[in-house]
Each structure stands twice: as C-alpha cells, then as structure tokens.
Design a protein around this ligand. Structure first.
Ligand SMILES: [Zn+2]
Ligand SMILES: [Zn+2]
Length: 376
C-alpha cells in the first residue's frame, strides 16, 4: 500500500512534499545545473530498419537470424574439415590441401563480413525542408488539383529515356537503378536484392564483395566436397566402406552439407556471373526492365556492350563513400521551438518554404536531422 501511495506523487513534487509525520518541510536542495545532454550520433536515430554495432561502424539488417545460420554453416563445415579430414589428407596426399582450404576459408569469411556489415549504398532521406521544397516544385508543375497516383520523372541516360519514381518514404525521386528495400526500409543505390543469407541489402557499395563471396564459397564447397570424397575413398580401401562411415561421422556430415548446398551456390554464382557480364542487377533482371522483347530501344542503357568492360565496371570501379555519415554527430537544432511534426509537409497540403526551413540548410549534406527520425 505504501508503494501505491508513493507512486501517485508526481516526481517534481516529491522533494517539496512533507513526509508523513514531519512538522516542517526540509530546506530545498541546492539547485543542480542541468547535465549537458550527450551528443548523439546519426546512427542512433537512423530511420531505416538496421542494427548498428561498434558505435555505428558496422551495420546489419534488423532481422539477421539467417546471416547467423550462414556463418554457422560455413564455420561448422570448415571446422570439421580442418579437424577430421585435413590431418589424414595432409599425411597421405599433400600439405597443399589444408593450405588451399585455409586460404579459401579466410577469403570467404572476409568477403561475407564485408558484404554483411557494410553500408550497401543507402541514400539519406530528404530532410523536411528538402521534402517541402520538392513538394512545392511538384505542386507548381501540376495543372490539376488532383495529385496523380504515381509521380515519375524522366531522364536521358546514354540516349535512353529512364523513368525515375518518387519514393514516398524517403521523400525524393530515386536516382537511376535505386530501389527502396522493403525489409530495411531504405533506398539503396544500384539495388540488386535484399539477401537474408548475408543479412543485408546488396547494392552499389557491397556488390563486388557479395559476388566474390558466392564465387569463393562455391570453390570452397566444391573443394571440401572433393577432398572429403577422396578421404572416404582412401579410408574405405583400407578399412572397408561401412567401417569408414562409422569411423568418420564428421566427414559424412560435411558431405551431406556440401552436397545439398553446392548446387544452389554454383547456380547463384553462374547467375551473378551473367549479371556482371551484362552489367545488370537482379532487380532489373527479375522485372525485365531492359528486356529486348519490346525492341532495341529497351536495351540496358548501362551496358558497355562488352563483357570485359562490364566486368571491370561492376567489379573494379571506384569505391564510393557512404552517404549516410552514420558516425557523424547530430547538430543541435537552433531553429524554431515549434513541434517538429508541424514542419513536415503533408501531401496535398500547400507547403510554405518561408517557414523555418532555411535554417535547416546545414542538414542537406548530412543525415539525419532529428526530425528525420520521425516515421513519416
Ligand atoms: Zn526510399
Ligand atoms: Zn534490405
């Protein structure tokens, strides 16, 4: 009962309220200056569905359970191979087998981690002032009082007309080849697909690591499969087939895992080799964006018309810096004290850029402003 009574006292009145049985109120405590608020980094208010680690240095999609499964399968299969097959093969065949396997293993793991924990090429959402500015420009272009259901803009790329769609979540026209990932809730440049196996989107900034990952993983899986078959064959010649299976349950497990995974990994590697050679993304291929069925005018405008040049452009192009500046500090907002939501323009409403948008110009290059954390 006492607890209930205490809970009903508002926190501000707790110090001033006289205690039960006391005749006079105690002297007020000395005024404590408010503690300065800890400066927050931009990743702490990131509006997409991502998780951040190591102070924002690493990022992953929020639902990343399948990524743990991928990592576990690779670690378990390779660990069993190094522990139970490599000693026999190194002794009876050559020391090159564990060395090649180790090199492949470390390459696979490093490519997987680079794919999973990198920013895939996320575009920062428009700030309220940028969104309001764009809204005003769209409004001024419209001739009808009714807003069209889909907003599009046309640009010419390599003499081909490409339609840009408006993203209602990020409040901007998506640049060419950009798509909004429904899992991560971000617009990603050169969006390929969202891969639950690596726990991240695959886009402009991590595609080459993803391609190197699946290619090297297919080599590693095929190599382990071939080595385990060799190991079991050599042993069964000496001890008999059934006795070998009983003696080496770990090798049998590796064989089963490799057998069931190698086909899909090889198929995926082949498919992405075709995409790289054509300078296509999975998204474009599935949607048939540049399909030739409607004539040559719909050919891929990004293709360099040469397999070698396409491969170089996709895999050896320059590294692009991350645009979301997730380790940057959020600057204090010195603008109007009005509610942030009141500054967010709504579709259909006339926007007023004479509102405090001007002081937000500093957010244009950075991301996100505090208001951007509001789900809109
Ligand atoms: Zn978007
Ligand atoms: Zn995604």
């Amino acid at each position: 009962m006492k607890d209930c009574e205490y809970r009903q006292i508002p926190p501000g009145a707790a110090a001033a309220a006289p205690g039960p049985g006391t005749a006079a109120s105690p002297p007020p405590p000395p005024a404590v200056p408010p503690r300065p608020r800890r400066p927050r980094r931009k990743w702490e208010v990131f509006p997409g569905r991502n998780r951040f680690f190591c102070g924002g240095r690493l990022m992953l999609a929020r639902h990343s359970g399948v990524f743990v499964l991928t990592l576990g399968l690779i670690l378990v299969t390779s660990g069993l191979f190094f522990a139970f097959d490599c000693p026999f093969l190194a002794t009876h065949l050559t020391l090159a087998i564990p060395i090649i396997a180790a090199v492949l293993f470390f390459f696979v793991i490093s490519c997987l981690l680079q794919t999973s924990f990198r920013d895939p090429g996320i575009l920062p959402r428009a700030t309220p002032s940028e969104a309001a500015d764009l809204e005003k420009r769209i409004d001024s272009m419209g001739t009808s009082t009714y807003r069209p259901p889909a907003r599009t803009m046309e640009v010419v790329i390599n003499k081909y007309v490409v339609k840009l769609k408006y993203c209602y979540t990020c409040k901007m026209f998506r640049p060419p080849r950009t798509s909004h990932c429904s899992v991560c809730d971000n617009c990603v440049e050169r969006f390929d697909h969202h891969c639950p196996w690596v726990g991240n989107c695959v886009g402009k900034r991590n595609y080459r690591f993803f391609y190197a990952f699946i290619l090297s993983l297919s080599f590693l899986t095929a190599f382990i499969f071939a080595c385990v078959v060799t190991h079991l064959t050599l042993r069964s010649q000496r001890d008999g087939f059934l006795a070998t299976l009983k003696m080496t349950p770990a090798s049998v497990l590796e064989l089963v895992i490799c057998f069931f995974s190698v086909w899909s990994i090889l198929g995926l590697s082949g498919f992405h080799t075709y995409l790289v050679a054509s300078n296509l993304t999975t998204n474009e291929d599935i949607k048939g964006s540049w399909s030739n069925k409607r004539g040559s005018e719909f050919a891929n405008p990004y293709s360099h018309k040469s397999i070698l040049t396409n491969c170089c452009a996709v895999l050896c192009g320059p590294f692009h810096p991350s645009l979301i500046d997730r380790r940057g500090f959020i600057q204090p907002d010195n603008g109007s004290p009005s509610s942030p939501k009141s500054e967010i323009p709504s579709f259909g409403a006339k926007t007023d850029t004479s509102m405090p948008g001007s002081h937000r110009g500093r957010w244009r290059s950075g991301f996100p402003c505090p208001e951007a954390a509001v789900p809109w």
